[in-house]
Ligand binder design. Sequence first.
Ligand SMILES: [Mn+2]
Length: 261
Amino acid sequence: MALYVIGDTHGHRAQVTEALREAGLLDAGGSWAGGDARLWFLGDLTDRGPDGIGVIDLIMTLQPQAAAAGGEVGCVLGNHDLLIYGSRYIPDAPITAERTIIQSWALNGGQGTDLEGLTDAQLAWLAALPAVALVDDNLLIHADTTAYLEFGDTIEEINATVRQMMADRDPATFGGQMRLIFRRFEFLDRATGPGRARQLLDRLGGRRIVHGHSTIPETFAVPPAEVDAPVVYADGLVMSVDTGIALGARCVPFELTPVPA
Ligand SMILES: [Mn+2]
């Protein structure tokens, strides 16, 4: 069964819909047409673009349609998803010594229409998202960091810890925990990156890390207009799929090929 991943979508519902249609995953009416294909979003659904709620609504709508067809639509949590969630419930809690959660959200492209319009059902859906997923041999995470290991030793533990954090919304700890998933570029250094990637894969499983968060233009100096494929690096252990939609790049759901032996 085909597996597609799509990087940070940041409120660009129209582009996401169009890209999924081009890939044959949606029909003309916007319903799931992917059959038994799997489609995973890598988080950062809101902020920067005009319609974060529309992106969340799209994924929530597609999930049961795909499941009914024998396929799957999934999503891992991104730092912006945590930011808007925290901004709704505990806006004045600190995220750093200098800044509150809602100040950080506003500085990072937060859109008032998203923050005000999110429904209880959408917030509950966000709070139930996994932070890490293993699909075939692909370890799907939002941010290119080993910080996930600070939440637990297994995927199940990590996801349970993050779900508890979302349920508790503890103003004293939420911002600090959330900030771990802001870390980035940890697999990029040629000397230390492959070892870090290997450590994460050895602990959590999978043979390839697939991440968003750090866009291909900002990480690999590819002009946004020229991004048309994932970038594989760190001795082949890591794949970056975030085209940089908020920088003007196209939105592309990439179909993953099996991890080379
Ligand atoms: Mn991010």
